[in-house]
Ligand binder design. Structure first.
Ligand code: ZN
Length: 152
């Protein structure tokens, strides 16, 4: 029996997030709250890959990620790939791209910021550095780096 075959066992319907930066899979599960969705989730850690040295893979059965989740994913692992699976086949490939404007998914660390105080205000960030993943609040100008991003 090939262990490899077991590892790549396909899912019938759902989402496969591939090429996740190794070690990021757990965090992605957490932040996207995939574990709470009531469906079967598989997390593969440190999978050997030709493109990168190691990668993580997440398989989410019976659920397709929405745009909002893909934006969060982009901030966590910009090189990830999202494949939507329907009836064992790849039905759609979603481009994982950090949007130029990030609306309502990241918390501004400035507690005096209007987006933390005004009722109904949504947070808005502008991508200022795609390489380092640095974003800036469009209200107060506070800049945050990848490692200090808090998701709403
Ligand atoms: Zn702000």
């Amino acid at each position: 029996m090939s262990g490899n075959l077991l590892r790549v066992q396909p899912i019938r319907n759902g989402t496969v997030i591939d090429h996740i930066e190794a070690g990021r899979g757990r965090k992605i599960l957490d932040i996207l709250e995939l574990g709470n969705s009531g469906t079967t989730i598989s997390l593969l850690i440190n999978v050997q890959s030709k493109k990168q040295k190691r990668k993580d893979i997440i398989k989410v059965e019976d659920r397709e990620l929405d745009e909002n989740e893909i934006e969060k994913l982009a901030l966590l692992s910009p090189n990830a790939r999202v494949n939507i699976i329907r009836n064992y086949a790849v039905a759609d490939k979603k481009k994982v791209e950090i949007p130029k404007f990030i609306s309502d998914i990241v918390e501004c660390p400035n507690e005096n910021c209007i987006c933390n105080n005004e009722r109904g205000a949504t947070s808005n960030f502008r991508l200022i550095d795609e390489e380092k993943i640095q974003i800036q609040c469009t209200y107060c100008g506070r800049k945050i780096e990848e490692e200090s991003i808090n998701f709403l």
